[in-house]
Design a protein around this ligand. Structure first.
Ligand code: NDP
Length: 333
């Protein structure tokens, strides 16, 4: 089987050289183990953080060791009674074509609720990030204005639709005209802004938010966030979800100091990690599944095909190649 390992810790933007392939034999499963065939591999911005050795909320990947993350796989040999051959599971697994795993940490994917890849996106980690960040931290009310940076990504597109379900006015930023059109025409965003071509971002956001900003769901940080902070209303709520514009920075980024704006507006700024909500994940999956089945939530995926495409699909996150959830299809079930 092929496995992708971390070749070295990248400085700045990772490249294809950051990764290395290793080929090995996979043993037969021991008692309590299953042999898994990888079907879909999730590529996620947070993995960039794990490639550095800086202390964070998940331990770093080790140089020379497999990269791991969200994977949907199928049991092809089993010595676990609850996971018979054929079962489709989702778990935190290595970037390998085949691997052995214990049953701990593997979740069987429901057979008919949604496409199995959705358990890496809408009904998985990224959908839950949208659900808890928006509903627990931002708590938008009908008629309020919600701004989302990175709005056409996996998390952002769910945030926007959930905010619409709450009755809010929804404004997103994204990096291409196609994404902007998608947000407005397909997902019902009230306004969307191409941050790459908007020119004066503060002006563009101001025009899109005539009543100011009550909630800000921040996936990106940097200049977009600086512009949103100028528009905050009294008691605004900011869910600090991601800062992808800075993940490849090689120097400490600097910018305006936002604290006086937060102070004057009595704003709430709350960072969060989706695993903070682990005990409530079943509630989130249930709610998202119901909205999806009622036709209230759409979802988009950018699926690249082929195990050897995983590094490129990951790198594409930093140039905005994906709309919705980026993942790689490795095999058919
Ligand atoms: P996305 O699907 O949003 O993919 C990343 C997107 O970010 C790209 O498509 C690109 O879109 C945009 N982007 C890349 N570089 C920049 C840049 N320099 N400036 C502005 N936009 C950029 O990824 P996810 O939905 O999975 O994640 C979104 C954010 O949420 C990330 O910051 C991630 O780290 C964070 N996150 C946090 C979690 C938590 O628990 N707190 C859990 C999951 C994700 P575009 O074309 O618009 O530029």
């Amino acid at each position: 089987t092929r496995t992708i390992v971390l070749d070295h810790r990248p400085q700045g933007k990772p490249t294809s050289d950051t990764f290395r392939y290793e080929i090995s034999e996979v043993a037969a499963p021991a008692d309590g183990q299953v042999l898994l065939k990888t079907l879909y591999v999730s590529v996620d911005p947070y993995m960039r953080g794990r490639m550095s050795d800086a202390k964070s909320y998940v331990p770093p990947f080790e140089v020379g060791q497999p990269i791991s993350g969200g994977v949907v796989a199928q049991v092809v040999e089993s010595r676990v009674a609850q996971l018979p051959v054929g079962t489709v599971v989702v778990g935190n697994l290595a970037w390998s074509e085949y691997q052995l795993a214990g049953s701990r940490g593997l979740q069987a994917v429901p057979a008919n609720a949604a496409p199995i890849s959705y358990y890496l996106g809408l009904l998985g980690m990224t959908g839950l990030t949208a659900y808890f960040g928006l509903l627990d931290i931002c708590q938008p009310k009908a008629g309020e204005t919600v701004v989302i940076s990175g709005a056409a990504g996996a998390v952002g597109m769910v945030v926007g639709q959930l905010a619409k379900i709450q009755g809010a006015r929804v404004v997103g930023t994204a990096g291409s005209d196609e994404k902007v059109a998608y947000l407005k025409n397909e997902l019902g965003f009230d306004e969307a802004i191409n941050y790459k071509t908007a020119g004066n971002l503060a002006q563009a956001l101001g025009a899109a938010c005539p009543n100011g900003v009550d909630c800000y769901f921040d996936n990106v940080g940097g200049a977009i966030t600086d512009a949103v902070y100028d528009l905050l209303n009294k008691h605004a709520r900011i869910a600090l979800c991601g800062q992808i514009s800075m993940y490849n920075a090689t120097e400490q980024p600097t910018g305006p100091r936002p604290e006086p704006k937060l102070l004057k507006t009595s704003a709430l700024l709350k960072g969060f990690i989706v695993s903070d909500y682990l005990p409530r994940w079943p509630e989130g999956v249930k709610a998202l599944t119901e909205w999806y089945q009622q036709g209230k939530l759409k979802f988009e995926e950018t699926v690249t095909e082929g195990f050897e495409q995983i590094p490129q699909a990951f790198l594409g996150l930093f140039s905005g190649e994906n709309t919705g959830k980026a993942m790689v299809k490795v095999a058919d079930r």
